[in-house]
Design a protein around this ligand. Structure first.
Ligand SMILES: Cc1cc2nc3c(=O)[nH]c(=O)nc-3n(C[C@H](O)[C@H](O)[C@H](O)COP(=O)(O)OP(=O)(O)OC[C@H]3O[C@@H](n4cnc5c(N)ncnc54)[C@H](O)[C@@H]3O)c2cc1C
Length: 814
C-alpha cells in the first residue's frame, strides 16, 4: 500500500467513477495535494458492473451540459492517459410506440435542440435500418441522438484514476475511511484504517455506502440501494458492432451491443430494494444472485422487440445493486450540515454517463467554494426534513425507479410517502375538494374539484382535467377574491445586534427600512447570480422575518446562514412550523379582511409593502401586504394553532363576496400574467437581476456594499448577453410547458424557462432568455421576428417586454 500522508488539501472517499473523476478534475484545476482513499479496489463498487450506456439528454440544460461534457471527455481520455476506455460514439436511439409517447419524444427533441444537442426524428423504417435486429411493427416513430455512445465503465474510471495520478493525486486502495473529524462545523480530517489525514475538505463519493458514511459526520445523503439487472448474450447474427444504444421506454427496456451480442436491461414496475439492514461487510467486486423470475417480464418485452433473442445464447444475467435517490437525480455539492464536506453520489444507474461532468462540476465547486453554475436539480440542498427518514426515502425512491421509463407527464405528482407534512388546514381543504400536490414532503392544494368532479389529476399532453377548475379559481381571484393555503412557505427569523448589517450585506435590495416595512429582494452570489428570491419583513430594529418558497427551505437557510459575515452578531432560526399562511388575494380582499379584524386595513393605514400585527378573532396575525398574483392582497401568517379558526372566519366573511378556495396551479397562471419570476426556472444562480428584469429591486444607486455588487456593477456597464422576455401564443390548441425553443429571425436564441395558460389574457404565456453574444437591448428584443418550437413544430408568437396584466388598469396590455 502507498504510504498514507498525514495531511492533504482534500481527501476523496471512494474509488468508483465519481471519485476518480473528481480527483482527475481537481488535478486539472491545479490541485496536486489530492488523496483518494478506496476501501477495497478501484471500481469495486457499482462501477465495475455497469452496462456502459452513455446518454446525454436530461430535462435541465445545465445537467445536459454536464453529460455532454462527459462524452467530450471520454472521446479523448484514452489518447490522453494511454488507458483504453472502450468509448464508442455509436449514437442513441429512442423509440415511441404510441401517440402520447411520440409527443413526449418530439418534445424531447425540441428540448435537445434548446440545449444545443442534435436529436433527429426518424420514421420506423429509418429506425429499423439503424437497428436491424428489431421488429418495428408497433413503432410509431423514433429519435436519434448521434453523439450518444457507450464505454467500458471500469476502464473509464481507471483512465480517470490514471489521469489523476499523472496530475499528482495519490490514489490509495485497501484503505477504508472509518470517520471524519469535524471542528466548529468544519471538516478538519479523516480517520482511516491506516491512520488519519488532516485535510480542508472531504468528498463523499462512496456510492451506495454514501448515506451510511455521511451519517458518521451528521450529513444526510438520501439514497438507497436497489437491485438492477441486465442480461448479456452471445454473438447474434445481424448485430453490427456499430449498433446504436436503444431505449424502448414503452417496453421498459434498453439495449447495447457487446462483442457482437446484446446487453439488455430495464426498469421493472416492482423494483427490489437491497441491503435494507445495511450493506454486508466485504461486498466488493460482488454481484447478487440473478433473479430470472423478476427479469421475466422484461425478457418477454425484449423477445417481442428483438425476435432473434429467441435463439440467442445467454452468457449471464448480471444483478448489481446501485444507489438511487428519491427524485431520480444525483447528489452533488457541499453539505449544508458541515463546511468542507462535499458529496458526489446517488447516480441512479447513469453514473457512467454523468461521471465525467459531475466530477468536473464537483471539482470546480470545491476549488471555488461555490458551484460553477446553476446545478439546482442535483444540488444536495434541495432536500429537507422528510429526506432524513430512510423509510420515506426508500418508498419515494422505489416509485421513481419504477417510473424511470414510464411517461413523464407534465404536472405529474408523486404518489408514495404521502401525506407526510400537512398544514393545519389539510383536512378542511380536503373536505372542500382539494387535489393536493407535494413539495419537500408538504401537501399543498393544487386545485379544487367542484360539483361532482373527482379531486384527481388525469394526465395527458393536452389540456388536463383540472384546466377548467383552475380557470374558475383564477377568475375568482381576478374578479373577487381567492384564499390560498401557503403554510408550507419556509420562514426564518434573523435576530441579533448586527442583523441589519448582516442582511444588508446578503440582500441586493435595501432592507434597512423602518420596522413595519416589507422588502422583496434577491440574494446574489459573487457572479451576481440570484441565489435566493424572497421577502424580508422588518419586525424590530434587530429582528427580521424572512419568507421564501417551500422547496428552497434548506438551500436558502444554508445560503443566508453561511453568508453572515463572521464578525457580525446575527442568528438565523427556522420558524416554518410556527405559522400557517393564508393568502387572501383579489379586489375584494380588503372588504373581507376588514370584516374579520377590528384593525384598520385601509390603504392609508396599511399600504403596500408593509406588515402589521392584526387580530382575527382570538388570533394574533402577522399580515404582510404583498402579492404574487398581481392583485390587492395579504399573506396572513397565523400561529399554527389558530390557522383553522382564522380560515373559517375568512371563508364565512367571504361568502357574500364570492371568495373562492384556490390552489397552486391558479397561482402559477396568475403570476405568469403579472410577470412575477419563479426561482428555479425563470431565475437562479446563472441569471442576474439585470438579465431577469429585476434591476429595480437592487440597491445599486446607494453606496451600500452587498454580496454580488461588483459583478452587477460591471454588468451594468457592459452589454448584456441575455434578457428575460415574455412570449405569448394565441392558438389555444398549443400547450406550452417550458423548454420550447425560442427562434428570433429563424435562429435559435434560447428556450422557455416556464410557461402555462393565462386565463384572463386567454393566451399561452412563456418566459425565456433571449441570448446574443453581442448584446441584447430593448431594440434587439423588439426588432426580431419570433417563433417558438413546440414538439418540433414552429408556432408564431409575440414578444412582450412588460407584464401582460395590470390590475390597476384592469385591462390586458397588448
Ligand atoms: C446493473 C447496472 C447497470 C448499470 N448500467 C449503467 C449504464 O449503462 N450507464 C450508466 O451511466 N450507468 C450505469 N449504471 C450505474 C453506474 O454503475 C453507477 O451509477 C456508477 O458506477 C456509480 O459510481 P460511484 O463512483 O458513485 O459508485 P461506486 O462505483 O459504487 O463507487 C463507490 C466506491 O466507494 C468505496 N467506498 C465506500 N465506502 C468507503 C469508505 N468508507 N472508505 C473508502 N472507500 C469507500 C466503495 O468501495 C466503492 O468502490 C449501472 C448500474 C448497475 C447496477
Amino acid at each position: 500500500m502507498t504510504a498514507l500522508p498525514t495531511t492533504a488539501r482534500v481527501v476523496i472517499v471512494g474509488g468508483g467513477i465519481a471519485g476518480c473523476s473528481t480527483a482527475y478534475h481537481l488535478t486539472r484545476l491545479g490541485w496536486r495535494d489530492v488523496v483518494l482513499l478506496e476501501r477495497a479496489k478501484l471500481t469495486s463498487g457499482s462501477t465495475f458492473h455497469a452496462a456502459g450506456l452513455v446518454g446525454q439528454l436530461r430535462a435541465n440544460a445545465n445537467i445536459t451540459q454536464l453529460l455532454k461534457y462527459s462524452v467530450e471527455l471520454y472521446e479523448k481520455l484514452e489518447q490522453e492517459t494511454g488507458q483504453a476506455t472502450g468509448w464508442k460514439r455509436n449514437g442513441g436511439l429512442r423509440l415511441a410506440c404510441n401517440a402520447e409517447r411520440w409527443t413526449e419524444v418530439k418534445r424531447q427533441a425540441t428540448t435537445a435542440r434548446s440545449f444545443g444537442l442534435e436529436m433527429d426524428l426518424l420514421t420506423p423504417r429509418e429506425a429499423g435500418k439503424l437497428w436491424p435486429p428489431m421488429d418495428i411493427s408497433d413503432v410509431v416513430g423514433a429519435a436519434f441522438l448521434p453523439t450518444d455512445g457507450q464505454a467500458n465503465p471500469s476502464d473509464i474510471a481507471l483512465a480517470l484514476a490514471k489521469g489523476a495520478r499523472q496530475g499528482g493525486a495519490r490514489v490509495i486502495e485497501d484503505c477504508p475511511v472509518t470517520g471524519v473529524r469535524v471542528k466548529d462545523g468544519r471538516v478538519v480530517g479523516v480517520i482511516s484504517a491506516h491512520g488519519e489525514i488532516a485535510c480542508e475538505a472531504i468528498v463523499n463519493c462512496a456510492g451506495q455506502w454514501a448515506r451510511e458514511f455521511g451519517r458518521l459526520a451528521g450529513v444526510n445523503v438520501p439514497l438507497v440501494s436497489v437491485q438492477h439487472q441486465y442480461m448479456v448474450t452471445d454473438a447474434i447474427e445481424g448485430v453490427p458492432r456499430s449498433l446504436p444504444t436503444l431505449r424502448d421506454p414503452d417496453r421498459l427496456i434498453y439495449f447495447k451491443e457487446e462483442v457482437g451480442g446484446l446487453v439488455m436491461g430495464g426498469y421493472e414496475p416492482d423494483p427490489v430494494p437491497w441491503a435494507e439492514d445495511g450493506i454486508p461487510e466485504g461486498f466488493h467486486f460482488s454481484l447478487l444472485d440473478p433473479d430470472w423470475d423478476h427479469f421475466e417480464e422484461l425478457m418477454e418485452q425484449a423477445l417481442a422487440r428483438v425476435p432473434a433473442l429467441q435463439n440467442a445464447g445467454i452468457k449471464e444475467l448480471i444483478n448489481g445493486p446501485e444507489s438511487f435517490t428519491p427524485d431520480g437525480n444525483f447528489i452533488l455539492g457541499e453539505a449544508p450540515e458541515v463546511r468542507g464536506y462535499f458529496v458526489g453520489a446517488g447516480f441512479n444507474a447513469y453514473g457512467i454517463a454523468a461521471g465525467g461532468g459531475a466530477g468536473k462540476a464537483l471539482a470546480e465547486w470545491i476549488v471555488a467554494g461555490e458551484p460553477p453554475m446553476d446545478l439546482w436539480p442535483v444540488d444536495i440542498r434541495r432536500f429537507g426534513s422528510p429526506h432524513g427518514s430512510i423509510d420515506w426515502v426508500r418508498s419515494r425512491t422505489m416509485e421513481l425507479y419504477a417510473k424511470h421509463y414510464t411517461m413523464a407527464w407534465p404536472h405529474e405528482e408523486h404518489e408514495s410517502a404521502r401525506p407526510e407534512r400537512v398544514s393545519p388546514l389539510y383536512a378542511t381543504l380536503k373536505a372542500r375538494g382539494a387535489c393536493f400536490g407535494e413539495k419537500l414532503g408538504w401537501e399543498r392544494p393544487n386545485w379544487f374539484a367542484r360539483d361532482s368532479q373527482e379531486p384527481r389529476d388525469e394526465y395527458s399532453y393536452g389540456r388536463q382535467n383540472w384546466f377548467d377548475a383552475v380557470g374558475l379559481e383564477h377568475t375568482g381571484v381576478r374578479e373577487r377574491a381567492g384564499l390560498f393555503d401557503q403554510s408550507s412557505f419556509a420562514k426564518f427569523l434573523m435576530v441579533g445586534r448586527d442583523a441589519v448589517g448582516a442582511l444588508g450585506w446578503i440582500c441586493a435590495n435595501d432592507i434597512d427600512r423602518p420596522p413595519g416595512t416589507l422588502v422583496y429582494t434577491q440574494m446574489l452570489n459573487r457572479r451576481g447570480g440570484i441565489e435566493c428570491d424572497l421577502t424580508v419583513a422588518r419586525l424590530a430594529q434587530d429582528a427580521f422575518y424572512i419568507v421564501t418558497g417551500t422547496g428552497f427551505a434548506t438551500h436558502d437557510f444554508s445560503w443566508i446562514a453561511r453568508s453572515i459575515p463572521a464578525d457580525l452578531n446575527a442568528t438565523l432560526v427556522d420558524v416554518t412550523s410556527a405559522y400557517g399562511v393564508l393568502s387572501l388575494m383579489g379586489p375584494r380582499a380588503r372588504d373581507i379582511l376588514s370584516a374579520v379584524t377590528p384593525d384598520d386595513v385601509s390603504n392609508g393605514a396599511f399600504p403596500f409593502a408593509t406588515w402589521r400585527q392584526i387580530m382575527i378573532g382570538g388570533a394574533p396575525v402577522r399580515a404582510l401586504r404583498i402579492t404574487y398574483v398581481g392583485e390587492l392582497g395579504w399573506e396572513l401568517h397565523v400561529p399554527s394553532e389558530h390557522a383553522r379558526a382564522v380560515y373559517e372566519r375568512i371563508v364565512e366573511a367571504g361568502a357574500g363576496h364570492g371568495l373562492v378556495d384556490a390552489g397552486y396551479r391558479a397561482i402559477e397562471s396568475l403570476r405568469l400574467e403579472k410577470g412575477y419570476r419563479a426561482w428555479g426556472s425563470d431565475i437562479g444562480p446563472d441569471n442576474t437581476p439585470l438579465e431577469a428584469g429585476l434591476g429595480w429591486a437592487v440597491k445599486l444607486r446607494t453606496n451600500i456594499p452587498f454580496q454580488g455588487r461588483e459583478a452587477l456593477s460591471a454588468q451594468r456597464e457592459a452589454a448584456q448577453s441575455k434578457r428575460l422576455a415574455c412570449f405569448t401564443v394565441d392558438d389555444p390548441q398549443v400547450v406550452l410547458l417550458g423548454r420550447e425553443t425560442i427562434y428570433r429571425d429563424a435562429r435559435p436564441v434560447g428556450w422557455l424557462t416556464s410557461a402555462g395558460w393565462g386565463y384572463t389574457v386567454a393566451r399561452n404565456i412563456g418566459y425565456g432568455y433571449v441570448r446574443n453574444p453581442e448584446g441584447v437591448d430593448d431594440a434587439f428584443l423588439d426588432d426580431g421576428h419570433y417563433e417558438l418550437e413546440v414538439a418540433t413544430a414552429r408556432v408564431p408568437c409575440r414578444i412582450h417586454r412588460r407584464a401582460l396584466y395590470d390590475p390597476a388598469m384592469k385591462r390586458v396590455k397588448e
